[in-house]
Write a protein that binds this ligand. Structure first.
Ligand code: NAG
Length: 449
């Protein structure tokens, strides 16, 4: 008899069997010219970073708190081969629930095994693919309830140029794919992503000193990002960020643009070109009891206008309207010396704003609005998230940022105190915070509201 040595070779991250992965359904509407809309039954999936990762036939953690197991995860490939991503108990563990066309993300959720902070979910087209959008010459509309989001919190709705299948076909180790929410990237080239391109980000992993659940690894995950909505009860902004690489790009070193003296040397425009009504001179627009009363839900309309009015033309303008109490409310008009009195994002507005506020114009350098349009042609994925900020306390959205030097042009972005937004305090005081997104509609310009 010939002795056979069985070597079990596993290729890539597996999926766990303790909890089946059942995507909460979320319907949305596809509209056509003239304004008739049909309902599409979709679903959402939780990002893989939030998931329990452990050995296939037991409960031993591959990643615990903010550290990787040194036994199971000595290097990126071994770790991926040793570990599985588990299915999610959406409401029990993560505080995520849907009903019809509405999705609610809770902030702090105390489960039986862990306390979860915030979440990030993606809209699926089918069980193993994200829904891909091309926003050019189109309009994207949703309703948001920000009444339960205090200073320091950010209920975000945005698009990023992730792989449609979460990287499953491009990377042999990335098997769980979109069904398990893999492949996230954005214009900050985040280093806190645990698996990038299917490989565990264990190299140079540094546990965060102020976040019990997070750390940063050697690689970052970069891609173009269109922030349609970043907001809380007191502040809101919409912001395109362009990256020079198509789709998801794993950065290391200089290409990530991490160091403060080489922030603009990476592949992505981290600053973006934001339209924040408060920052642009109107402080009576967005807030509890103001022109848009954030004590109540509001419908947000965003239009992606092309130069020649066709789907294939160059992206030239991003317009915004609001609807509340049956009334359409136009976006605010800029009142800042040095910037034309406009109410939308164009390349010219971005150039003027960068100049007026003395900011580096990386947006133009990385490709401007036509660059964003190219990413739309490539396809982008819808993200909903709720988060607090362990780096700079969300001051860039709702307070004064930078605080030094005092009185810098453009630093005043919202009414929140510069002492607000400390994640420890936010997670303690506003544990029951939540954001609800509903009635997502997509179609030609002027078809969705
Ligand atoms: C703020 O913008 C709204 C909507 O455009 C407008 O009605 C209001 O007059 C503006 N307020 C100020 C102080 O500019």
């Amino acid at each position: 008899m010939i002795g056979i040595v069985l070597i079990q070779t596993v290729f890539g991250i597996g999926v766990g069997t303790q909890q089946s992965e059942s995507h909460p359904s979320l319907s949305w509407q596809q509209c056509s010219k003239g304004g008739s809309c049909t309902s599409v039954s979709g679903s959402i999936v939780l990002d893989s970073n939030w998931r329990w990762t452990h050995i296939p036939d037991g409960t031993t953690n591959c990643y615990d708190g903010n550290e990787w197991s040194s036994d199971l995860c000595p290097d990126p490939t071994t770790c991926s081969n040793n570990c599985v991503l588990e299915g999610a108990d959406y409401s029990g563990t993560y505080g995520i629930s849907t009903s019809g066309s509405s999705a609610k993300l809770g902030f702090v959720t105390k489960g039986s095994y862990s306390t979860n902070i915030g979440s990030r979910v993606y809209l699926l087209g089918d069980e193993s693919h994200y829904k891909i959008f091309d926003l050019k010459n189109k309009e994207f509309t949703f309703t948001v309830d920000d009444s339960n989001l205090e200073c320091g919190l950010n209920g975000a709705l945005y698009f990023v140029a992730m792989d449609e299948d979460g990287g499953a076909s491009r990377f042999t180790l990335a098997k769980p794919g979109a069904k398990y929410g893999t492949g996230y990237c954005d214009a900050q080239c985040p280093h806190d992503i645990k698996f990038i391109n299917g490989e565990a980000n264990v190299q140079d992993w540094k546990p965060s000193d102020n976040d019990d659940n997070a750390g940063t690894g050697h690689y970052g995950a970069c891609c173009t990002e269109m922030d349609i909505w970043e907001a809380n009860k007191y502040a809101t902004a919409y912001t395109p960020h362009i990256c020079t690489e198509n789709g998801e790009y794993r950065c290391e070193g200089k290409s990530c643009g991490d160091s403060s003296d080489d922030r603009y040397g990476g592949v992505c425009d981290k600053d973006g070109c934001d339209f924040n009504s408060w920052r642009l001179g109107n402080q009576s627009f967005w807030g509890p009891g103001l022109i848009i009363d954030t004590g109540k839900p509001v419908t947000v309309v965003t239009q992606f206008v092309t130069k020649d009015g066709t789907d294939s033309g160059a992206l030239s303008e991003i317009r915004r309207k609001y609807v509340q109490g049956g009334k359409t409310i136009e976006n605010t008009v800029v009142k800042i010396s040095g910037i034309d009195e406009v109410d939308s994002i164009t390349d010219e507005f971005c150039n003027q704003q960068k100049q007026a506020f003395g900011d580096t114009n990386d947006f133009e350098k990385k490709g401007g609005l036509s660059g964003l349009g190219k990413a739309f042609d490539y396809g982008v994925v819808l993200v909903l998230s709720l988060w607090d900020d362990h780096d700079v306390n969300m001051l860039w959205l709702d307070s004064v940022y930078p605080t030094n030097p005092a009185g810098k042009a453009g630093a005043d972005r919202g009414p929140c105190a510069t002492s607000s937004g400390d994640p420890k305090e936010v997670e303690d005081k506003y544990a029951s915070a939540s954001v609800t997104f509903s009635d997502i509609k997509f179609g030609p310009i002027d078809s969705t509201y």
